[in-house]
Design a protein around this ligand. Structure first.
Ligand code: ATP
Length: 439
């Protein structure tokens, strides 16, 4: 592992010589080496997200394999994973509901259109066909599992197909924040600017995660302006409309509303039926009509759940030989509903989100450092832990580096007072809680 990480810089050097600087910065520089297994002949690399992986698989696999062969000799195949693939107990539980999809690509062809999403679909098609001419920015919002990411990838894939020369940059709002914090820490903000401000098409999934984070919003504001003025296409998604993102800066809110805002609603009955049929077809199984109708009647608000149910039925069929009938469907639906119970939020997750918001690190929050920003972030983190987990004060104190009960009580009171006095503080804390709960 150690030597693979060391050798990674040589692989990067090789790639750098063979592609343009922009392509290198956008696609190769953000890969992380994971492991090299000579016995299996696999070099495992990690891409920051699914769209990145798809692009690497499609456009840069030969280059990466050549680079690996140059350094380690022939017989090693590159494989790309994404953070979601890295096993952890929690992720495994989420697996069925995950938006990762090995059965089909997220394109316009695989997107079923109905009254609930036809406006967002049409706007996305328009943007993909003529980037930066009609709607800029395009802002798509809707609840979880209704197809925002699917549409965003569909735009990426369509533009990549029509305009292979265009530099498409896709990122999630929280990744943008994390990368900025890392760039500030390592003094590499120039590379950070270059990566995002050289985009021809800039797509940000879950933009709500930048709200309340001052330096991220500042950076995003400049990136937005640079790209907008250069007539580059910007597409954003969120779980709520811009005006409902409590701590979004006014100047960003205005900009997000400059172009077109399109919402996606839960699908109606006919669309749910069409989606179940299509998912079954893609998975190569034949579902009777009564089964399709049963699923469509039970799951109304989330397309990811519809898809998960069809996958579950296929798994029961293949693994247990169960028939594709109503009782198997009942089992699959209740499995999906139970699995989708929210995963309990850990203190670690809460501290991570608070740290991101205040531009500090989880280690600092748990430490005894007393600078104003860190103390403030620590108090907010204690408050949020109490709000979300209802954990006893003494246990909260232990989680924060062995602080005593009275320190926690004091911290919570301070935050309550701050929220009562200042609407901005209130908005920030509420956004943090919403972001953590919505994950
Ligand atoms: N109209 C549709 N036609 C076909 N599949 C769809 C449609 N809408 C959503 N899906 C599928 O449902 C799953 C969830 O969609 P997606 O990940 O795009 O949701 P999302 O709105 O981005 O959710 P989240 O906010 O939780 O990230 C994906 O597998 C996607 O392909």
């Amino acid at each position: 592992m150690e030597s693979f990480t060391e050798a990674w810089s040589f692989i990067c050097e090789y790639c750098k010589k063979h592609i343009t600087e922009v392509a290198y910065t956008t696609w190769i520089s953000r890969i992380e080496p994971v492991s090299l297994d000579f016995a299996k002949g696999i070099a495992l690399l990690k891409a920051p997200n699914e769209f990145h992986r798809q692009t690497l698989n499609r456009c840069y696999m030969d280059l990466l394999n050549d680079a690996v062969a140059e350094i380690f000799g022939p017989g090693i195949q590159v494989q790309i994973c994404v953070p979601e693939d890295v096993p952890s107990a929690e992720k495994e539980e989420e697996e069925d509901a995950s938006s990762q999809n090995d059965d089909y690509e997220f394109t316009f062809d695989t997107f079923i259109v109905g009254p609930s999403n036809k406006f967002a679909h049409a706007a996305s098609m328009a943007v993909a066909t003529k980037p930066a001419t009609l709607y800029n920015p395009l802002f798509i919002y809707g609840n979880s599992g209704l197809g925002k990411t699917h549409l965003l990838y569909a735009i990426c894939n369509e533009i990549a197909r029509r305009h292979p020369e265009m530099n498409i940059v896709y990122i999630k709002g929280d990744e943008f924040t994390n990368e900025l914090i890392e760039a500030i820490r390592h003094g590499t903000t120039a590379e950070f600017h270059q990566r995002y401000r050289k985009a021809d098409v800039f797509l940000v999934d879950d933009i709500q995660f930048i709200a309340g984070k001052e330096s991220t919003q500042e950076e995003f504001f400049h990136t937005f302006n640079t790209l907008y003025e250069a007539k580059k296409q910007i597409v954003l998604t969120s779980d709520r409309p811009p005006k409902d993102i409590a701590t979004l800066e006014e100047r960003l809110l205005t900009r997000f509303e400059w172009g077109l805002t399109a919402d996606i609603q839960p699908p109606d009955f006919e669309t749910r039926i069409a989606i179940i049929k299509r998912k079954a077809e893609l998975l190569g199984i034949d579902l009777p009509n009564n089964v399709i109708e049963y699923i469509a009647n039970r799951l109304k608000n989330n397309i990811r759940q519809l898809e998960g149910t069809v996958k579950k039925m296929k798994a029961y069929y293949l693994l247990n030989g169960d028939a594709l009938n109503l009782s198997t469907a009942q089992m699959a639906v209740s499995d999906i509903i139970n699995n989708e119970q929210p995963v309990p939020v850990t203190v670690e997750k809460i501290i991570e989100e608070v740290a991101r918001t205040y531009g500090t690190s989880p280690e600092d929050i748990r430490s005894s450092k007393r600078s104003a920003n860190i103390s403030n972030a620590r108090q907010v983190a204690m408050y949020v832990v109490r709000e979300i987990t209802q954990m006893p004060m003494t246990s909260i104190g232990e989680e924060f580096g062995g602080r005593d009960h009275s320190t926690v009580v004091y911290a919570i009171q301070q935050v309550e007072k701050g929220m009562a006095r200042d609407p901005k503080t209130k908005g920030t804390v509420e956004d943090i809680i919403k972001n953590i709960r919505d994950r």
